[in-house]
Design a protein around this ligand. Sequence first.
Ligand code: UTP
Length: 446
Amino acid sequence: MEFMDAKTLLETHGQGHVLAFWDKISADEQAALLEQITTLDFAAIERMKGMLNAAGTPAAAASAFEPAPVEVPEGDALQACVAKGEELLRGGKVAVLLVAGGQGSRLGYEGPKGAYPIGPITDRSLFWFHARKLVGLNATYNTRVPFYIMTSDTNDAATRAHFEENDYFGLPREDVFFFVQGMWPALTPEGKIILDKPGHIFMSPDGHGGTLAALDRSGALADMANRGIEQVFFFQVDNPMVAIADPSFVGIHAAKGADMTLKVCKKRDAHEGMGVVVVRDGHYAMVEYSELSDEQMERTNPDGSLWLAYGSPAIHMFSYAFLKAEAERAMPLHLAHKKIAMVNDAGEVVKADKPNGYKFEKFIFDVIPNAKTLACLAFDREQEFSPVKNAEGNDSPATTKRDLQKKWLAWLTAAGITIPEGTPIEIDPAYALDAAQLKAKGLQIG
Ligand code: UTP
């Protein structure tokens, strides 16, 4: 883009101040600024400005909702679905989609969260555990499951380097597809794009909902189509317990012909910070933890169980057709009032001591109301969910390692193997994806 084109475009949208320091910045900085302007999505920026007009006004009372029905898969019907899932895996119809673009600020780890060492014995990374599960799936079903990994500008190079250093964990390189999520500018309360340096626009990630647009933009959706993918397993980087594309989940989702299927699990307690799936105005929706009142979280059924008993750990199946259709729609935006260091009229960078700007994000679960067929399946969190969110306390590396070992100990016990209490355990998912595979190895210890 040339300077005059950028000037016209910015002025048309009331953002001419972005070029205020043009004459004071270097040629390299000028080129970088033009590049940034090229990436701006002005339609989205206009939507953001529209939201600011409403920001600060009290939200309309959210309409009433009921918890979504939850199915507990079991019996012969489940076995039929497992067979269906296995058939799809064998036929190369299933892809795996990982969102790993987050900043991991609560964990406070230098580098991509996926490179965090979580192996209780080997310090192997979160990415190692995820990738080795795909190696296990490929071997079990004699297939090639493609792995789509969303990164961000901040961690893309380091994520790719981590895969390189580890020889892609044994996966065929051509089956691993990295793509970068979008970045957006932040706005002042007056709707002006924020500069964090003279001639540099402050940008922040567009949220995990940015996955859909990024899948499309990067060619990942087209790659899925070329490979004949029909179903996509979605998960987050921080949970090494996740059962990736397990045939029962794939099969139940496919057998229902669902647009989307969510795994949900019993909340640890009424206040656990998980979103809940609800039915509101005749549509499914996710209500975030932060939107729930104490009364709603603590409400119980006549039998004493929690009214909102199940939470979503963001483990989903999508049909390819639904993902593609959703990628073509504009998703809702969510805004957050934040402290952002910004350039003043004199070109000085001023730190903020109170929130002074708005960042915008998209959330993947905003596609839920558009799903024509959707199901929630209960699963056992002790087998599948223990995320690394915080540096300490609940959902920290210590609790995740504890839960991994507890699960593996149960697998060993079920396989008839006894080991002295307190012995560290780590099982390569490519060796055994589940208790049954471990047992089938006929392993002897001691
Ligand atoms: P979280 O909301 O837990 O955020 O992301 P985070 O960035 O990992 O950690 P905090 O909140 O800064 O401590 C849930 C999942 O969504 C991905 C994350 O990588 C994680 O797998 N994510 C989040 C993205 O891919 N992009 C984003 O913009 C935000």
